[in-house]
Design a protein around this ligand. Sequence first.
Ligand code: FES
Length: 133
Amino acid sequence: MRARGRFAGPDFAEPPVPWTDYASAPPAGTFVCASDAVMSVTSVEVTSPNGALPMILLRKAEGLRAYVNACPHQYLPLNYRGDQVLSACGTKLLCTVHGASFDADSGAAVEGAPCGLDPVPVKEENGEIRIAP
Ligand code: FES
């Protein structure tokens, strides 16, 4: 397993890696946030004994989506330069640094990035969102 630090140096050609390769990946069951904190798009920092993992969560009609909040280009949070990270049509997440876009449903790169966002499995139960096994 490659240990990928929170903002380890970018490797533009590096393919997406599993979220579990981040050194700060929280274990299954870790509390992410309250369900009502995610009405549209929310960024949170999930803390565990492994450290703090920045995540971005998106609530859609089809369900909840969660990704590591680090663009694959510079490893900056998508909301680094502002909170408008969802496209007007609601189908793309945007990196506010240089406008790269990602499919909101899958995290796949749409334009301007070498690869997609790293999805994180989450489950929602009893008004809480937690890391899924
Ligand atoms: S700086 Fe975020 S995708 Fe380029």
